[in-house]
Ligand binder design. Structure first.
Ligand SMILES: CC(C)(COP(=O)(O)OP(=O)(O)OC[C@H]1O[C@@H](n2cnc3c(N)ncnc32)[C@H](O)[C@@H]1OP(=O)(O)O)[C@@H](O)C(=O)NCCC(=O)NCCS
Length: 283
C-alpha cells in the first residue's frame, strides 16, 4: 500500500486513525525509542523526535515507526499548520527511528543544523577581542524595540527558510516565555538609520539536565545587510558569550545551518566545534 504523505493524513483526522495505524508496521532496530514533542509557533508545528537521554520517560515515548505515526496522528490541532519534523542525532551518525519516520510520512527534504559548542569564558587574549570593533549595545526593550527587531531580523534572514518571517505574534510568544531575559538580548541602534537596529545577539540559558550541564545559547544573531562585513557579527558573538560567561556559564552552544558558510567561518574563529546534528525533515 502506498504510504500517504503526513500532510494528507492530517488533513482529515477523524477518518485517518485506522489508516495511520496501518502505516509503517516497522520497528526500528538499533533505536531505544524517541520522545515525541509538539511545539506550535504561529502557523507552523514542529514535531520533535528526540532521544530520551537525561529526560524523564513520558507517555509519548515510542519505539516503532507505527507508534510514532499514531502519536502524531492523534494531534488534530496540527491540521492545517506547516508541519515539520526535527530530531537530534550524534555529530557523526544517524538515529534510525526518526530517519524511518520521516521516510514513512514522506518528508524527504532534510536540512542539517549543527549544534556547535565551546567552553566559556573567551580568554582575555583571544584574537577576536583585538579585531572586533567596539559597538555600543544595550538590552532589548520589550515595550519599544519589537518592530525594529522584527525588521532587522527579517532583513538579516531574508533568504533563510524559516527564520526570516517573524511577526508581532511570534515575537510576543517568545517574550512571554519563562526563559526570556531582556538582559541577554543585546541590540545595537543604527546611527545611520534612526529607529532601526544594525544588529542583535539574543541569548538563552538552558538549565542543567541529568545528561547535560547548564548551557548558554546564542539563540538568534543577525546583522542588518546594510552593515555586513563591518565586523559587527564578531562583536555581537563576543558580547553574547561574555554576557553568558558573566552569568556563570561555562559552556556555550548555538545552532547553525550546515550550509551557512559565512556564519560557520565566524564561529570557527571563536573555536566552536560540532557537538550534535539536528536534522529537520520537511515534505
Ligand atoms: C553571520 C553574520 C552575523 C556575520 O555578520 P557580519 O557583521 O557580516 O560579520 P563579518 O563582518 O565578520 O563578515 C562576515 C563575512 O562576510 C563578508 N562580507 C563582507 N561584506 C559583505 C557584504 N556586503 N555582504 C555579505 N557578506 C559580506 C566578510 O568579508 C566576511 O567574510 P569572511 O567570513 O570570509 O571573513 C551575518 O552575515 C548575518 O546576519 N547573516 C544572516 C543571519 C545569520 O546567518 N545568522 C547566523 C545564524 S547561526
Amino acid at each position: 500500500m502506498p504510504v500517504p504523505p503526513l500532510s494528507d493524513g492530517l488533513a482529515s483526522p477523524a477518518g485517518d486513525a485506522g489508516q495511520v495505524g496501518r502505516v509503517g508496521q516497522v520497528a526500528v532496530a538499533g533505536s531505544d525509542g524517541v520522545q515525541v514533542r509538539f511545539d506550535r509557533r504561529g502557523s507552523s508545528t514542529e514535531i520533535e523526535l528526540s532521544d530520551t537521554t537525561g529526560r524523564p520517560a513520558e507517555p509519548t515515548l515510542v519505539r516503532s515507526v507505527a507508534d510514532a505515526i499514531a502519536v502524531i496522528g492523534a494531534r488534530p490541532e496540527i491540521v492545517g499548520t506547516d508541519v515539520h519534523l526535527a530530531a537530534d542525532h550524534p555529530a557523526g551518525s544517524l538515529d534510525p527511528l526518526p530517519e524511518a519516520v520521516a521516510d514513512v510520512v514522506g518528508f524527504g527534504n532534510r536540512r542539517d543544523l549543527l549544534q556547535l559548542r565551546r567552553a566559556l569564558p573567551i580568554p582575555d587574549d583571544h584574537p577576536t577581542r583585538a579585531s572586533a570593533p567596539t559597538v555600543e549595545m544595550r538590552p532589548f526593550r520589550s515595550d519599544l524595540d519589537g518592530p525594529a527587531w522584527i525588521r532587522a531580523n527579517n532583513r538579516a534572514f531574508a533568504t533563510h527558510p524559516d527564520q526570516g518571517r517573524e511577526t508581532d505574534a511570534t515575537l510576543a510568544a517568545r517574550l512571554a516565555a519563562p526563559w526570556f531575559d531582556s538582559a541577554g538580548f543585546l541590540v545595537a541602534d543604527d546611527a545611520s538609520r534612526p529607529g532601526e537596529l544594525s544588529g542583535f545577539c539574543w541569548t538563552k540559558v538552558h538549565g542543567a539536565t541529568a545528561a547535560d550541564a547548564a548551557r548558554g545559547e546564542i539563540y538568534v544573531i543577525g546583522v542588518d545587510p546594510s552593515h555586513r562585513g563591518e565586523g559587527l557579527g564578531p562583536a555581537f558573538v563576543l558580547a553574547g558569550l561574555d554576557h553568558l560567561a558573566a552569568g556563570g556559564l561555562i559552556t556555550a552552544m548555538l545552532y547553525v545551518d550546515a550550509d551557512n558558510d559565512t556564519a560557520r567561518r565566524l564561529y570557527d574563529r571563536f573555536g566552536f566545534t560540532t557537538h550534535q546534528r539536528r536534522r529537520v525533515y520537511t515534505p
